[in-house]
Design a protein around this ligand. Structure first.
Ligand SMILES: Cc1cc2nc3c(=O)[nH]c(=O)nc-3n(C[C@H](O)[C@H](O)[C@H](O)COP(=O)(O)OP(=O)(O)OC[C@H]3O[C@@H](n4cnc5c(N)ncnc54)[C@H](O)[C@@H]3O)c2cc1C
Length: 369
C-alpha cells in the first residue's frame, strides 16, 4: 500500500470540516477536490503509461483503490461520490474506448478535468440522433453529481431504435442545470442535479464503445463495488463517532451500549469484508462466469446497504437526540449515509443474486494466492 495514504488520512479531518461547513448551502467541496487532485487521487486509475497508477484498471487490482475510496468517504461521502464517478468514467473509457480516447481523457485529467457518469433518466430521457455527420442530443439526466463542476460527462443516450450508447460530453457551463427536485436531504455537497442536454451537438468520436456496452456484464454490476467502498468510509466514521461520543458522555460501559458498539463494529467489518470480496471478484472476473461476478457484487451491495442501515439505527438509538442536533457532525453524517445508501433497484439486485446462488456456491477469491 504505497499510495500516499498517510497524506490522505491526514486530510480526512479537513475534508469532514469542509463538508460540514458546506452542508447548509449545499456548496461543492472545491478545496477538498483540489487537495485530492494534488495528491494524485484523480489520476490513480489511469494506466501507468499515461501518468497514473493503474489502480482498478491495471495489475494493481482493486485493493489500493478500495482503501483510497474508503478514506475519501470517511472524510466526506459527498466528495467520495464525486471521486467515484470520476474514476468510474475513466474505467469505462479504459474498458470500452479506443486508445486515442483514453489518451485524450488522460491529458484532460492532467489538465484538471473532472469526469462524471450521468446515466439516470427521468421523464425526458436523453436521446441521440445522427445528423450532419455528428450526433444531436435531446433530453436530460437526473441526479447528476457535480452538475455544476464536472467538465466531462459520460452519459448514456438512446437511439430511435432503442439501443443505448455511451457518449463523452465536454461541458462548458452553458447547459441548463437545476437542483435535484429542490435539493436532497443528504449528500448536499455532491452538487447533484438535473442537466438538460437539448440541442447539444457532438462529433462522432464522442461515442465510447459500441451499442449496449454500458449495460454489458459483468462490468455493469461489478463496478458497484467502488460505490460500496465509499459507503464503507461513512459507516466506519459513524461507528467511530458512536464509540467516541458514548465514552465522552460516560455512557459506554452500560451493557446495552456495549452491545450497540459490538453490533456496529460487526456491521462495519461485515461491510468491509463484503466489499473486499466484491473488489477481488471483480479484479479476477475472467476466472468466473459472468453471472457469478454480477451476482457476487450484487449480493455484496445489499450486504453493505444492510450494514449501513444497521449502523444508522445503532447510532441514532445509542446517542439519542444528540444525534439529531445540528451541532453534532453525526446529524449530517446520518443524512449523508442514509441518502448515499439509496442505490438503484435494490429489490431486483437481491432477488437476482439470490436466484443465482440458489444453485451455485459463493466464489472465494479471498483464498486465491
Ligand atoms: C447522492 C446521489 C448522487 C447520485 N449521483 C448520480 C450520478 O452522478 N449519476 C447518475 O446517473 N445517478 C446518480 N444518482 C442516482 C442513482 O444512481 C440512482 O438512480 C438512485 O440513487 C436510485 O435511487 P432510488 O431509491 O430512487 O431507486 P429505485 O430503483 O427507484 O428504488 C426505489 C425502490 O423501488 C423499488 N423498485 C425499483 N424499480 C421498481 C419497479 N419497477 N417496480 C417496483 N418497485 C421498484 C426498489 O427496489 C426500491 O425499493 C445519485 C443518487 C444519489 C443519492
Amino acid at each position: 500500500m504505497t499510495f500516499p495514504f498517510d497524506a490522505l488520512s491526514a486530510c480526512c479531518a479537513d475534508l469532514e470540516a469542509e463538508a460540514s461547513a458546506n452542508d447548509p448551502q449545499a456548496a461543492f467541496p472545491a478545496e477538498g477536490i483540489a487537495r485530492l487532485r494534488k495528491l494524485g487521487v484523480l489520476s490513480v486509475t489511469l494506466p501507468e503509461t499515461l501518468g497514473g497508477r493503474g489502480s482498478g484498471t491495471g495489475h494493481r487490482g482493486g485493493m489500493e483503490l478500495l482503501q483510497l475510496l474508503q478514506l475519501v468517504g470517511q472524510g466526506s461521502l459527498a466528495l467520495g461520490r464525486i471521486v467515484e464517478g470520476h474514476i468510474n468514467a475513466i474505467r469505462l473509457i479504459a474498458c470500452y474506448g479506443t486508445a486515442d480516447q483514453l489518451a485524450r481523457a488522460a491529458m484532460d485529467v492532467h489538465d484538471g478535468a473532472l469526469f462524471g457518469v450521468w446515466v439516470t433518466d427521468g421523464a425526458s430521457p436523453l436521446r441521440m440522433e445522427h445528423s450532419d455527420g455528428g450526433i444531436r442530443l435531446q433530453g436530460e439526466k437526473l441526479f447528476a453529481s457535480g452538475v455544476h463542476h464536472v467538465t466531462r460527462a459520460l452519459v448514456t443516450a438512446r437511439t430511435r431504435a432503442d439501443t443505448t450508447y455511451m457518449l463523452l460530453v465536454p461541458l462548458d457551463g452553458t447547459r441548463t442545470v437545476s437542483p435535484a427536485f429542490g435539493g436532497l436531504a443528504g449528500m448536499r455537497g455532491a452538487g447533484t442535479g438535473r442537466c438538460d442536454f437539448s440541442a447539444t451537438r457532438l462529433p462522432p468520436d464522442a461515442m465510447i464503445g459500441q451499442e449496449g456496452d454500458y449495460l454489458r456484464q459483468p462490468e455493469f454490476s461489478a463496478g458497484a463495488w467502488r460505490g460500496m467502498a465509499v459507503a464503507l468510509g461513512g459507516i466506519a466514521r459513524l461507528t467511530s463517532l458512536l464509540r467516541l461520543q458514548l465514552v465522552e458522555r460516560g455512557r459506554a460501559e452500560s451493557p446495552a451500549q456495549q452491545a450497540r458498539i459490538g453490533r456496529a463494529l460487526i456491521a462495519a467489518e461485515s461491510a468491509y469484508l463484503w466489499t473486499r470480496k466484491a473488489a477481488l471478484t471483480a479484479a479476477v472476473q475472467d476466472r468466473y462466469d459472468v453471472d457469478e461476478v454480477a451476482a457476487t457484487v450484487n449480493l455484496a451491495r445489499i450486504a453493505v446497504e444492510r450494514a449501513g442501515l444497521d449502523v444508522l439505527e445503532l447510532v441514532q438509538r445509542g446517542l439519542g437526540l444528540s444525534a439529531f442536533t445540528r451541532a453534532n457532525v453525526v446529524e449530517r453524517l446520518v443524512r449523508d449515509l442514509a441518502t448515499y445508501l439509496r442505490q438503484p433497484a435494490p429489490d431486483e439486485t437481491l432477488c437476482e443474486a439470490a436466484a443465482w446462488f440458489t444453485h451455485h456456491d459463493l466464489p472465494r477469491p479471498e483464498d486465491m494466492s
